[in-house]
Design a binder for this molecule. Structure first.
Ligand SMILES: Nc1nc2c(ncn2[C@@H]2O[C@H](COP(=O)(O)OP(=O)(O)OP(=O)(O)O)[C@@H](O)[C@H]2O)c(=O)[nH]1
Length: 382
């Protein structure tokens, strides 16, 4: 059981125990889900992990806690580890779970963990409070060896209901995010790490509800939805979610077909917003046009057919989409920053329209995005 980050008690070192042989020799195992738990310093991440590890859920969970996903480029941890300094130690914790509690960088810790494959069926990764999840999520798409053994189930962001408004309003200089794009490209205020953690979330746990009034809680909830209108929000006291499966674990956030956008919030965050665009069903021959539109938007930060005099200057953090394709399988689109994929939906959607939701900085008016998308699809028919 984990008490805090520095000194997890009651741990039994199992690093010398043999790994289950059949687990290693069995090549055709299904991929293991991984949930990223993020959230600002002191928001309740460790409290959530303790709660999950002690609840009954029938899963054997491997936990990685440490410096994973520091807001440096993902290449950095890879090179840092080339000198072979692997210090990973796996410990047994309550509920048959195992835990890596020493400082190590992410990819190495995961590779070490996969050597124990078969001893766990779920991975929880707690980032540091200052980690940018947008740097971590693409690892599971970009790293072939990891991507074939692990899949990203979702990103869960803990939010401290008492402190979040202050963090969003007054990002201190050392917490301000400097992404790959110049700040001066944007007229919008600089981003805090709290913005980044909320904008990338699939689920937001609005924690420490006991420390605020109902009115304050509603205001915070409204504010969060204005930044990320698609994440599901759960209000908690000491990170106790109503249940674990489907709330924190087994979200399938990256293969879900249906998603809703929260409407009706009164707040408009000056830095990040969520917009959605829709379209009538398309033919399979139009899918490449959507692919080209996404490449322009995500890779070149250019909105096709945007007004010449005032092109929007934007960065996309997260994008989800559903393409309803009557003459072929429906398609799901998933993107974190510039990494994206379009793949076949596992099941046909109930929805009768295509939908794309974008979360990002400097998006401006939804109509401009809608027009751009419509015109690209129209051009693909001509
Ligand atoms: N009042 C109150 N305190 C809470 C709640 N959730 C967590 N705490 C306390 O807040 C403190 C920080 O919680 P942690 O779970 O360690 O937070 P963390 O996000 O892991 O913190 P870092 O590792 O520093 O980033 C602890 O003292 C918790 O007991 C809550 O809902 N209400």
């Amino acid at each position: 059981m984990l008490e805090d980050d520095d000194a997890p008690p009651e741990l039994v070192d199992v690093s010398t125990l043999p790994v289950e042989q059949d687990a290693v020799e069995e090549p055709a195992q299904s991929r293991v889900p991984i949930t990223i738990v993020t959230g600002y310093l002191g928001a309740g991440k460790t409290t959530l992990l303790n709660y999950i590890l002690t609840e009954k859920h029938g899963k054997k969970i491997a936990v990685i806690m440490n410096e994973f996903g520091d807001s440096t480029d993902i290449e950095k941890p890879l090179t840092v580890n080339q000198d072979g300094q692997e210090v990973t130690e796996w410990m047994e914790v309550g509920n048959g779970c195992i835990c890596c509690s020493v400082k190590d960088t992410g990819v190495m810790a995961l590779e070490s963990l996969m050597g124990r494959r078969g001893t766990f069926d779920y991975i929880l990764l707690e980032t540091t409070g200052l980690a940018d999840p947008g740097n971590i999520a693409p690892i599971f798409w970009m790293d072939e060896s990891l991507g074939s053994s692990i899949y990203l189930d979702g990103i869960v962001t803990l939010v401290d209901a008492k402190n979040i408004s202050k963090l969003l309003d007054e990002p201190s200089p050392e917490e301000t995010v400097h992404d790959d794009h110049d700040d001066h490209r944007h007229d919008s205020p600089t981003l805090s790490m709290a913005h980044m953690q909320i904008s990338h979330a699939d689920v937001i746990i609005l924690n420490k509800a006991d420390l605020v009034s109902e009115t304050e809680l509603e205001a915070v909830r409204d504010r969060i939805s204005a930044i990320n209108g698609v994440a599901r929000v759960h209000v908690t006291d000491h990170s106790k979610t109503p249940q674990i499966e489907g709330v924190v674990l087994d979200l399938h956030a990256y293969d879900a077909v249906d998603f809703d956008i929260t409407k009706g919030h009164s707040h408009i965050d000056p830095a990040i917003s969520t917009i959605s665009i829709t379209h009538a069903p398309i033919s399979s021959s139009q899918v490449p046009a959507v692919d080209a539109w996404l490449r322009s938007v995500l890779w070149e930060c250019t909105l096709p057919n945007s007004p010449q005099d005032k092109p929007p200057r934007f960065d996309i953090h997260r994008l989800k989409g559903l393409l309803v394709v009557p003459d072929g399988p429906d398609k799901i689109i998933q993107a974190v920053r510039e990494i994206f994929e379009i793949r076949e939906a596992q099941a046909s959607s109930e929805s009768r329209e295509c939908k794309i939701v974008l979360i990002g900085r400097g998006l401006g008016e939804a109509e401009v995005w809608q027009r751009s998308f419509d015109e690209c699809l129209q051009a693909s028919l001509e």
